[in-house]
Design a protein around this ligand. Structure first.
Ligand SMILES: Cc1cc2nc3c(=O)[nH]c(=O)nc-3n(C[C@H](O)[C@H](O)[C@H](O)COP(=O)(O)O)c2cc1C
Ligand SMILES: Nc1ncnc2c1ncn2[C@@H]1O[C@H](COP(=O)(O)OP(=O)(O)OP(=O)(O)O)[C@@H](O)[C@H]1O
Length: 314
C-alpha cells in the first residue's frame, strides 16, 4: 500500500519530531539498486522508531545544464513519486532542481539539508553518488561533513546484475533496444504503461484482430515493436490477461506521430473504451514494420499471436 506523504520541496517539509533516515537521489525508474539504498533507510528507521524518507529532484539536472540533450526519463514526476511511495517509505520529498539549488557548494549541502530538515539523522546514498555544484561532492566529503553536522552517512555498495552495475542509464538503453526481459530484471518489477482505452480506426476487428488502443508517450520510449504483454485493470478484477501488442506509429495503416499501444487479448476481453488498464511488458517479439499490404500485416499478426501464445504456454 502507498501511504507515503508526498512533500513538494524542502521548504514545505514540516516533519514530526522523529529521527529522519533519508535516501537521496534521482531514482529514475526506481530500480533494484535504488531500492537497496531506500531499503537501508527503511530498515534503520524501523529499528530506531524513526521516519524513512526519500529526497528526490525535479527536473533532472540535465534539463538545467543541457536542455537540448536532456536525459529522456523512464518515469515522469508523478509516476516516480508513486513508485517511491510504494517502496514503503513514510515520505517522499520532491525538491525543485532550480539554478539556485544546483549552485549550492558541495560542503554546504548537508548543512542546508540539516537546516531544512532539523530531525535529519542519517543519509543513505549509493557509493558513486555525487552532489553539490559541479557534482564536486563525493562520499568521502559526505562522511567528513556528516561528522561535523552529527549526521550519519550510509553508502550502499553498487548492486550489479550479470557483472555490470545496475543504473537508470543501463535500463534506458535496454528499453530503447527492446531488451525488455533484461530491463525487468534490473527494475525488479515488470515495466508497465497505465492508460485509458481509446477509440481506434476500427480496422482491427475487420482484419480479425480487435485491439485495445492506449495512447502512451513516455519521455523515454521503449523500442517500437511487437511484445508479449499482460493487461489488467478494475474490469478484470486486476487479473492479468495475456495479450500481444504493438507499440508504435502503425505505419502500414496511418501516418501518425503519436505512439500507441495496440493490445490484442488472447482471451475474452472485458475492457471497453474509457476503461483504465495497465499493460505490463514481458517479451519483445519483433520490430514494428511497414507492410506493403494489409494482408501482409494480417499474416504477420497471426504469427505474432502464435508466438505470444507459445510464450504464455497456450
Ligand atoms: C500484434 C500486432 C502487431 C502489429 N504490427 C504492426 C506492424 O508491424 N506495423 C503496423 O503498421 N501496424 C502494426 N500493428 C497495428 C495494426 O496496424 C493495428 O492494430 C490495426 O490497424 C488496427 O487498428 P485499429 O485498432 O485502429 O482499428 C500491429 C497490431 C498488433 C495487434
Ligand atoms: N546499482 C546501484 N546500487 C546501489 N546504489 C545505487 C545503484 N544505482 C544508483 N544507486 C544510488 O541510488 C541513488 C540514486 O541514483 P541515480 O538516480 O543517480 O541512479 P542511477 O541509476 O545511477 O542513474 P543514472 O544512470 O541516470 O546516472 C544514488 O544515491 C545512487 O548512488
Amino acid at each position: 500500500m502507498n501511504t507515503a506523504r508526498q512533500i513538494d520541496g524542502l521548504d514545505h517539509a514540516q516533519l514530526p519530531a522523529r529521527p529522519l533516515h533519508l535516501a537521496i537521489g534521482m531514482f529514475d525508474g526506481v530500480h533494484l539498486g535504488h531500492r537497496a539504498v531506500i531499503d537501508a533507510a527503511i530498515q534503520s528507521a524501523r529499528r530506531s522508531g524513526g521516519l524513512a524518507g526519500v529526497l528526490t529532484f525535479w527536473p533532472h539536472p540535465s534539463a538545467l545544464f543541457n536542455p537540448e540533450k536532456a536525459t529522456r526519463l523512464i518515469a515522469g514526476p508523478e509516476l516516480r513519486a508513486r513508485l517511491l511511495g510504494e517502496t514503503g517509505v513514510d515520505l517522499v520529498i520532491t525538491q525543485p532542481f532550480t539554478p539556485q539549488f544546483a549552485a549550492i557548494e558541495a560542503e554546504w549541502v548537508l548543512p542546508y539539508l540539516k537546516k531544512k530538515l532539523p530531525t535529519l539523522s542519517t543519509v543513505y546514498v549509493g557509493e558513486n553518488w555525487r552532489f553539490g555544484q559541479g557534482r564536486r561532492g563525493d562520499i568521502a566529503m559526505l562522511v567528513a561533513e556528516g561528522k561535523k553536522q552529527h549526521i550519519g552517512v550510509v553508502s550502499a555498495q553498487r548492486i550489479n546484475h550479470n557483472g555490470e552495475p545496475i543504473s537508470s542509464t543501463r535500463i534506458r538503453a535496454c528499453l530503447e533496444a527492446g531488451r525488455i526481459e533484461e530491463a525487468n530484471e534490473l527494475f525488479g518489477y515488470t515495466y508497465f504503461a497505465d492508460g485509458v482505452v481509446a477509440a481506434g480506426k476500427r480496422l482491427g476487428r475487420t482484419i480479425g484482430f480487435p485491439t485495445l488502443n492506449i495512447a502512451w508517450e513516455p519521455a523515454l520510449r521503449p523500442r517500437f515493436g511487437v511484445y508479449a504483454v499482460r493487461v489488467s485493470g478494475p474490469k478484470s478484477k486486476d487479473a492479468f490477461l495475456p495479450a500481444v501488442a504493438n507499440y508504435g506509429l502503425r505505419p502500414t495503416v496511418e501516418r501518425s506521430n503519436q505512439p500507441r499501444i495496440e493490445a490484442h487479448l488472447l482471451v475474452d476481453c472485458p475492457f471497453v473504451e474509457g476503461d483504465s488498464v495497465r499493460v505490463e511488458w514481458l517479451k519483445f517479439i519483433r520490430p514494428e514494420t511497414k507492410f506493403s499490404s494489409i494482408s501482409g500485416l494480417t499474416d504477420q499478426i497471426s504469427k505474432d499471436r502464435q508466438e505470444a501464445a507459445a510464450f504464455f504456454g497456450f
